[in-house]
Design a protein. Structure first.
Length: 61
């Protein structure tokens, strides 16, 4: 489990947003930031393997 400070987490989310917004998503930086943020979300919300089996994607109406 990696622990990073809140300021670094904020920078990571901000940078991921910038990359997403510019469409620059096919690179190592995006992949690493995406994985880092996803891991932190899983830790925060305590996602289990059982939860992953019940994943759903909501379609925009």
């Amino acid at each position: 489990m990696s622990m990073i400070d809140p300021a670094t987490e904020h920078q990571a989310v901000t940078r991921l947003f910038e990359l997403s917004r510019s469409g620059d998503i096919d690179n190592l930086e995006f992949s690493q930031l995406d994985a880092l943020i996803y891991e932190r979300l899983e830790q925060t919300y305590r996602v289990t393997s059982a939860d992953l089996c019940n994943e759903r994607v909501l379609a925009a109406e």
